[in-house]
Every structure is written in structure tokens, then in C-alpha cells.
Design a protein around this ligand. Sequence first.
Ligand code: HEM
Length: 218
Amino acid sequence: MADGAGTGTVRGTVRGTVRVHALIVRVTHWVNAFALTCMVMSGWQIYNATPLFGFRFPAWATLGGWLGGAIAWHLAALWLLVVNGLVYVGYGLLSRHFRRSFLPISAGRVFADTRDALRFRLAHKAGSYNAVQRLFYVGVLFLLVLAVLSGFALWKPVQLHALAALFGGYEVARRVHFVAMAGIVGFVVVHLALVVVVPRTLVSMITGRARIVLEPSK
Ligand code: HEM
């Protein structure tokens, strides 16, 4: 992700900033965060109308007020999520951002980085994601696609019957949709915890730049 630096030298130590997030990645990331929050909260309101399991989501965590209002929010946020997602994925593939930032992901590196993270020894290098982050980001993109596709199967089960059949029918698609949502929410909880642990990454995700300090080699 890092490309392009503005640097200055202070008694042999190089200080400056590097660009770590392209503008398009930052804009689509924050639009995605907004759209997804609306989708999850309105989805919980829709769920509460006919709960699949033996619980309901608390009213304060829902959006839309009632079933009809929640469906309106859910569909409006869906198109924002889809159009924004297509821009992000299109950019990620064409600019090779995905290849450069998310690949390769090896089982060995994921294992080593997880072990280091659990011992609080995993350093955050500005401009590159560790193997755990790469796996999480690719994983959540997969879950988002799964949530959208299973959602379309639930929304138009007659017109999109081939898609619904691919999921094993309406009832299975409903469960797949719920599991994808739970995975995405789980990702967000861990993602936010990591932002709290390394808050400077939040500044970079807003400004696009990260500070670097290079000590002279002795
Ligand atoms: C709501 C759903 C969210 C999803 C699905 C999501 C997903 C992602 C993804 C895929 C990336 C990698 C972007 C890339 O390089 O292409 C990323 C980076 C990042 N996200 Fe999120 N995000 C979400 C919400 C948030 C929120 C609410 C915050 C902070 C309050 C946040 C803070 C960050 C930061 C700081 C990075 C950069 C991490 C780093 O440089 O190490 N994200 N996020």
C-alpha cells in the first residue's frame, strides 16, 4: 500500500510521511462502514419481526422502527453497499492493490503472526498488512459477497430461484445470511479492538499518510 514519501532529515535521522492508503480506498472504506452499519441494524429489526432463533435484538441496536421502515433502510443501504463495493473491488483488481496488499497469505505466516500477536510482539509496519490482517480482510470481503448474494436470494426468491436453489432453498439462504452477518459483526469487533490497540492506523485511514522515522545505520 505505501507509495510516495515526503521526507526531511534531522541530524542523520530521516523523518517524514509515506502515503499508505489511496483516496479511493479511504472513501470506499468509510462509505462501506456507514452502509454496513445501516444494513446490520435494519437487518436486526427485520429479524425481530420473525426471529429465526430463540432471541431478539434489543430495540436500541435496531434501525427503521418497524418491519416496513427497516426493509426500506435495508434496501437503500444495500445499493450504497453494492455500488461502493464494486468501485472498491474494481479499483483493488485493476490497480493491483489486492495483489500487493493482501497476497500472499501463507498458513505458516498466519500461524507465526497469530502467535506473535497473542504475545503482543507483532509490530505494525506502516504500509504493509501482516498475515492475520490479510486473512481477515480477504475473509470479510468473502463474507460480504456471501451476505449480498444470500440477501438477493431472500429478497427475490421467485425471480432469482436459481440463486435461491444454489443456497439450498429459502430457509437455508436465511441461515447463510445470518451466519454471514454474524461473521461480519465478529470481524468488526476484532477490527475495532485492533484500531484501539494501534490508534495511529485510524489517522492513516483518514489522512492516507503514515509517519516514518528512519534511524541512521550504525
Ligand atoms: C463496518 C465494517 C468495516 C469493514 C468491513 C472494514 C474493512 C476493512 C478493510 C477490508 C480494510 C483494508 C482496506 C484496504 O487496504 O483495502 C480496512 C482497513 C482499516 N479499517 Fe476498516 N472496516 C470496517 C469498519 C471500520 C471502522 C468502524 C474503523 C474505525 C473506527 C475502521 C478502521 C480501519 C483502519 C484504521 C484500517 C487500516 C488498518 C491498518 O492500516 O493497519 N474500519 N477495514
